[in-house]
Design a protein around this ligand. Sequence first.
Ligand code: ZN
Length: 338
Amino acid sequence: MRGTIIYGPRDIRFEERADPTIVEPTDAVIRTVATCVCGSDLWRYRGIADVAQPTPIGHEYVGIVEQVGSSVTTLRPGQFVVGGFLTSDNTCPVCRAGAHANCQHGTGYDGCQAELIRVPNADGTLLATPEQPSDDLVPSLLALSDVMCTGWHAAVCADVRPGGTVVVVGDGAVGLSGVLAAAELGAERIIAMSRHADRQALATAFGATHIVAERGDAGVEAVKELTDGIGADSVLECVGTDESVVQALKSARPGGMVGWVGVPHVTDIPQEHMFWKNVGLRGGPAPVRAYLPDLLERVWDRRINPGRVFDLTLPLRDVAEAYAAMDERRAIKALLQP
Ligand SMILES: [Zn+2]
């Protein structure tokens, strides 16, 4: 089979690799139907995170089960499945508490931007659709593999409630998914912070009621003008830089909550924006398997269409172009088809 390897900054290659096989009895091997490039993959692509050696890459996928190990009970070959960006057993005490991203037996993957994928912990990671999906549902099912569950996690961590005010910092695929999550959770006012016309339009389609184009303190002031001068009940931080985290904390009202899902590249979190304002900060990698049953049903019933974040579709062999398009902001998110 062929799969994607990152060799270093801006060096993405699509190469012949050994076919994955069942290693543990809890494994499945799936044939990829669609995969994609994550904003977090770009940290290595841009050279901000180190690439010590050529490394298989990718952690978002949907596919068809090819093989299952001898102890897999909930899946059979031929099923269409969605899995999260980390594997989980769905049975350990941490998973039973709903924190699947921190599963005691959780793992990552050996590169999902590939034609075949070995999925450890198959029963606790993969969820099969009720039947084979029609082609138009595939992008939204793929979005559940990471961005939609991550945006949902931001909204849950930020304690978004019916009637509440929400600010979303970050207009990438996760931020836009966070807008959709906040709308689904009943927020009344959703302020999307975005400077790009195409992303503003999608944010509005996903339920944003206001757009703020300013950043930093000017952005915070604009938020306050829209929130009785106090800031928002809930703020979704979907970037992960010093500037964006501080902007998120400053945008929360006293006693408000920030849901933090932007992978942190932060040196310091100033306490004056938290303790003295009674502002909470909570977040981390999303427990995808905890959210999958509910979100899969919303997609299957066509109540939400998170796949709209994909604005570029390419053959998997053109994966390097997908990275370049996202790096240069020519695409919000690229979908890849083997
Ligand atoms: Zn677990």
